[in-house]
Design a binder for this molecule. Structure first.
Ligand code: GTP
Length: 472
């Protein structure tokens, strides 16, 4: 996800500023320009970037900044506040209540992921104890009804639609009435995808909304839409009263900045994000944790210790680049295991087993950094493919999560120069090495004592090379 790069660029700009000996207007402007450039590259609308820049300049007191010991924090806080303000329209969206019938209508551009998202939204609420139902008022795209029907059947959610009827208003009204009678408390109406140039389709959408009187209209937006987001979102808002936004395909390579623009255009909050094609690849969206993750805030303490622990003496620029983007994937873990195998008999059986299972994984699975991708069906498939019990696959994934947590601390890391890194890692000792090893492996080696003698035998150079080659 390119948003991670945005976080990295902003962090770098802040670090550069806080490294300056004198903080004057020029240094502040340079820093703000750098941040603005990063936001523009992430497809945030120009006007929003300009406003944000002006706001930060207003908030940040240059004198306090020049005198303050924690310049980085002051600036980071200002950027944090501004990004939160951009993503928070200041009023919460309508939330359905159990036992009380609500109608929620989904609108969006063609292919934005509406139909998939309707099912995810229904499924999410069903798990929370709601009685949802799906109505397919998309009479425009052949196959839309079948798609909804298929998703609804899989999740055991009642649905309504027609192959014959071509009037979406009629279908929507009939569906809503039927499910109200059946005491469903969350009636979700899926509509056809449309572009702002298609006036007739916009009129039709307005009519569906007028006839079904939704409690909430959700604008579904593909995160890769880029700079067009603002205009498109605004066009929808002008025809129907959009009250919330869901951003889809956040798992892809989208720049994601369009999300900020959609919020500004619709003055509505983002309530969920879609993170994959599967029905539970769906997350509640919360502004503050999202922005703090984006800025790599919150977990800087103990950060350098982790560098001591896990980075080998020989340089791994590619690895560091990947880690600074927050992408510790199963493939990186595989490569790490490969290096461990080269070392000799230690824990080979277990690692070989892990690698056999990983050989049964798809490229997408190996390269993903989202543990949620590993759904039950994928785990079963991998177990079958590798001839291992499901428990072993789970065990391997747990190990991945454990390592990813350690490596995850590197996200947003400002890359060091070659010399700096070797100086940092020169002091790696047995204790630090032991922390970097999987606990089972440490046990197999014979605990701390075993590790110590092993390091003596092999020479700590080879030992620290264990993590070598990971950048590939
Ligand atoms: N990777 C990923 N794919 C998604 C996500 N949401 C939807 N998709 C995929 O996007 C494609 C389009 O999704 P649909 O749900 O058919 O889109 P739609 O907006 O209903 O399409 P129209 O009815 O033509 O407007 C499908 O292949 C979905 O599987 C997501 O969060 N991540």
């Amino acid at each position: 996800m390119v948003l991670a790069q945005l976080g990295g660029s902003i962090s770098r700009a802040l670090a550069q500023m806080s490294n300056a000996t004198v903080i004057d207007e020029k240094v502040l402007n340079d820093c703000l320009n750098e941040i603005s450039r990063a936001l523009l590259q992430a497809d945030v609308q120009f006007k929003m970037v300009r406003d944000m820049q002006a706001n930060i300049k207003r908030i940040v007191n240059l004198e306090a900044l020049a005198a303050g010991t924690n310049k980085r924090r002051i600036m980071q806080q200002a950027v944090f506040t501004e990004l939160c303000n951009m993503l928070d329209p200041g009023k919460p969206s309508f939330t359905p209540k159990k036992g009380k019938p609500s109608v929620v209508m989904f609108v969006g551009l063609q292919g934005s992921g509406k139909t998939t998202t309707c099912s995810k939204y229904a499924y999410y609420h069903q798990k929370k104890g709601f009685k949802p139902a799906l109505v397919c008022a998309d009479t425009f795209r052949a196959g839309a009804f079948d798609q909804l029907k298929q998703n609804a059947t899989k999740a055991k959610i009642p649905f309504y639609g027609s192959y014959m009827e071509s009037d979406p208003v009629k279908i929507a009204v009939e569906g809503v009435e039927r499910f109200k009678k059946e005491n469903c408390d969350l009636i979700i109406v899926d509509t056809s995808g449309r572009h702002k140039q298609e006036a007739a389709l916009f009129e039709e959408m307005r009519q569906v909304s007028e006839a079904t009187k939704p409690d909430l209209v959700i604008f579904v937006m593909d995160s890769s839409i880029g700079q067009a987001a603002f205009d498109q979102a605004q066009a929808f808002k002008q025809s129907v009263s959009v009250g919330a936004v869901i951003i889809t395909k956040m798992d892809g390579h989208a720049k994601g900045g369009g999300a900020l623009s959609a919020v500004a255009a619709t003055k509505s909050p983002v309530i969920f994000i879609g993170t994959g094609e599967h029905i539970d690849d769906f997350e509640v969206f919360d502004v503050k944790p999202f922005v703090s993750r984006l800025l790599g805030m919150g977990d800087w303490s103990g950060f350098m210790d982790k560098i001591h622990e896990v980075i080998p003496t020989d340089q791994q620029p590619d690895l560091l680049q990947k880690l600074s983007e927050g992408s510790f994937s199963l493939r990186l873990m595989y490569e790490q295991f490969q290096n461990l195998l080269k070392m000799g008999p230690i824990g080979q059986a277990k690692i070989k087993r892990y690698m056999t299972m990983m050989d049964s994984m798809t490229d997408a699975e190996l390269d993903s950094t989202n543990p949620k991708l590993m759904t039950e069906s994928r785990i079963i498939r991998i177990a079958r493919g590798s001839g291992r019990p499901v428990r072993d696959v789970m065990d391997m994934l747990e190990e991945y999560k454990r390592l990813a947590k350690i490596w995850g601390k590197m996200k947003g890391l400002k890359l060091q120069k070659k010399g700096d890194m070797s100086a940092l890692t020169r002091n790696m000792n047995v204790q630090q090495m032991s922390k970097a090893l999987p606990p089972q492996m440490l046990k197999q080696i014979g605990g701390m004592g075993g590790l110590q003698s092993l390091m003596k035998q092999m020479g700590s150079k080879e030992m620290s090379g264990m993590f070598g080659g990971m950048g590939g």
